[in-house]
Structures are given as C-alpha cells and as structure tokens.
Design a protein around this ligand. Structure first.
Ligand code: DX5
Ligand code: ZN
Length: 216
C-alpha cells in the first residue's frame, strides 16, 4: 500500500499562534499545507484570504495547497499565484467555464485542482479529468471544519479511481472533511492519495504524532 500524502488544514489552527502552527507543520511529516479560502457566498462562512496566505507561504516549507471556496475564482487565480499558492483548487459548482479555469491555473505555473461537493456526480468530471492535477472530494459540506465524514464518499472515491484509471489521468484524489485516525485506512483503501485533516491534527494533544499516524 502506497504512503498517503497528508495535508493539515490550517482552518483548525490557533490563529493567535499562526506562525508556530506553520512551524509545527514544517517540522512534521506532512506533505502539503491546506489553506481554505471562503467568501461567505459560495459557502456560508468567511475564513482568510490573500494577505494571510502571502505571509504564510513565505515561512511554509510544505506545498501550499489552496482550496478556494469562492465564486468567480478565475478573478483571483493570478493573485493567489503571487501569494504563493502551488496547488490551486476551484469548485466545479463555482465554475461556468471549468476547462478554461483549469488551463488558466496551469498557465500560471500552479497545479490545478477541481473540488467536488458531496452532491456532485463523478460523471461530470469525465471531460476535464485530464486537465486536472488534483481532484478534491468534499467528504463534508464545505464551509466548516469539525464535521462528520459522509459515508457516500467511499463510493465516490471508487468511481473517481475507476475514471482516473480508464482515462490514464495522473490526477491525485484528495479527501477533505471529517478525516480521522479511525477512517483514514478505509479512505485510502477506497483509492485516495491525499488526506486533508483539520481538527484531527490541530485539536490533538500531539499534532506531529497525529500527522505521523495518519501517514502510516
Ligand atoms: C471545510 C474545509 C476543510 C476543513 C476540514 O470546508 O474545506 O479543509 O478544514 O476540517 P476537518 O478535517 O476538521 O473536517
Ligand atoms: Zn479544504
């Protein structure tokens, strides 16, 4: 079984100690640093944005994985690239011209990700899967950390794995929401490559050990 990539989600961090939290991730076995941007329109919550990410990216030693939960993400792709995003993920539900948006992200030198809400069918990815480097399956409804993993996600991971294998795509499958030490194994067995973890990491007594445990 291959080793998963781990992406701690800073949404669950202590924002009064954000530099220390990033240092903790730097010193851990994490692979990516997951940064959730919310606009209060695409999702019913507002998190943080460009000025925060540009400072974080300067001290982060992990890949900056930016998850845009915003409308009209194409307006901000260049700004997020300048702020240090290395992977930029947009929601299929927020993009009228998803193919164009993915090309825009790649042309800016970033990896392009497609995020998919729980209700959205994997079949809708058929014509864009080769244009994505990452597919992020939401395993909770986006907007908040600390929710319960939606069980239907397992079937979606298997369907996406089949689509990737059929098409020869090299996209990674990233799972976001409600990932715990208890369900990580089943998620990986279903075919996931990357685990996002917010509360599981930052609310644990020993976040570095928790990241290590998720990786095993
Ligand atoms: C939710 C965000 C997630 C969130 C996950 O909309 O996209 O990245 O931080 O948090 P946990 O792991 O606590 O469910
Ligand atoms: Zn996220």
């Amino acid at each position: 079984m291959k080793t998963p990539l781990i992406a701690p989600s800073l949404l669950a961090a202590n924002f009064l100690e954000i530099g220390k939290e990033v240092e903790m991730v730097n010193n851990s076995e994490a692979d990516w640093l997951h940064l959730d941007v919310m606009d209060g329109r695409f999702v019913p919550n507002i998190s943080f944005g460009l000025p925060v990410i540009s400072q974080i990216s300067k001290i982060a030693k992990k890949v900056c994985d930016v998850h845009l939960m915003i409308e009209e993400p194409e307006k901000y792709a260049e700004a997020f690239q300048k702020a240090g995003a290395q992977i930029l993920t947009v929601h299929i539900e927020a993009c009228v011209h998803l193919h164009r948006n993915l090309q825009q992200i790649r042309s800016l030198g970033m990896k392009a990700g497609i995020a998919v809400n729980p209700h959205t069918s994997i079949g809708l990815l058929e014509n864009v899967i080769r244009d994505a480097d990452v597919v992020l399956l939401m395993s909770v409804n986006p907007g908040f950390g600390g929710q319960h993993f939606i069980e239907q996600t397992y079937a979606k991971i298997r369907a996406l794995r089949a689509l990737i294998d059929q098409t020869g795509s090299s996209a990674l499958i990233e799972i976001d929401g409600g990932v715990t030490l208890d369900n990580a194994r089943s998620i990986l067995d279903a075919g996931a490559d990357v685990l996002v973890a917010g509360n599981t990491v930052f609310a644990s007594k020993d976040p570095i050990a928790t990241i290590k445990a998720l990786k095993q």
